[in-house]
Design a protein around this ligand. Structure first.
Ligand code: SF4
Ligand code: SF4
Length: 238
């Protein structure tokens, strides 16, 4: 899940030119679940913009459960289902994550886009009302040694070898509301009977694997991951 929150209306309006004709686009998957950009929010955004004098030629969102960041879905939505309204638009206001924004550029062959949301993290949907971050997408997973808990993400300093020593009564010195990530890792390893792993040194990460942009090419029997660290292909021998 890509967690997103809507930008303030004033910021959205300030980015638009005078008399710019806008088409509002939402996403029926992550943005709908975050209540930042499903069909309902796209319709509401149209009404809010029009109230402020913005010219809105239409709105649309991919069907509930369908992602805007799927190129075929974005093309169908904008080039087929809403072709006539889209033809009148100077630009698109996207209520979705940054992946959705770029998908609209690709789907339309390079249209002008405006972000309507801030993309804040990728997370677990704990419940309909709560999403939280457990992975920072580093490209080199080390949670085998930490009982499945990610120190890069749940420790405020992202320490690979913790704790830092600043925790008090299990709370982080950076944010006293937050549990110390390394205390959680210790408790988890203890519960699993794997406390020996707590002393295992973690080498510095190869941040070239985290460099942007990254891509993953999926073929029938293999997958190729591309980052600054080079190409990593798996499954070619299957
Ligand atoms: S180490 Fe943490 S940030 Fe990296 S892939 Fe694993 S869970 Fe994600
Ligand atoms: S107190 Fe714990 S979570 Fe906070 S920075 Fe130190 S090790 Fe990380």
């Amino acid at each position: 899940m890509h967690a997103t929150i809507q930008k303030p209306l004033k910021e959205i309006i300030n980015a638009l030119s005078k008399d710019e004709k806008v088409f509002v686009v939402g996403c029926g998957n992550c943005a709908e679940k975050c209540r930042s950009g499903g069909e309902e929010q796209a319709r509401e955004m149209k009404a809010r913009l029009e109230k402020e004098g913005v010219r809105v030629v239409g709105y649309a969102a991919t069907a509930s459960g369908s992602s805007l960041c799927k190129l075929a879905a974005a093309k169908k939505l904008l080039l087929e289902e809403h072709k006539e309204e889209v033809a009148k638009a100077d630009s698109f206001l996207i209520l979705a994550c940054g992946q959705g924004i770029h998908t609209v550029i690709d789907a339309t062959g390079g249209a002008v886009v405006h972000p309507g949301c801030d993309t804040i993290f990728g997370g677990e949907t704990v419940s309909d009302d709560f999403i939280t971050e457990y992975c920072s997408l580093c490209g080199e997973c080390i949670v085998e040694a930490t009982g499945g808990l990610c120190p890069v993400t749940i420790c405020s300093k992202g320490l690979l070898n913790g704790p830092c020593g600043g925790a008090k009564e299990g709370k982080c010195e950076v944010d006293k509301e937050q549990d110390c990530g390394w205390q959680l890792i210790y408790d988890r390893l203890k519960e699993l009977g794997k406390l020996d792993l707590f002393r295992q040194y973690q080498s510095p990460k190869n941040y070239a694997k985290r460099s942007n942009p990254r891509s993953l090419k999926l073929e029938e029997k293999r997958a190729t991951f591309k980052s600054l660290a080079g190409l990593r292909t798996i499954g070619q021998d299957r």
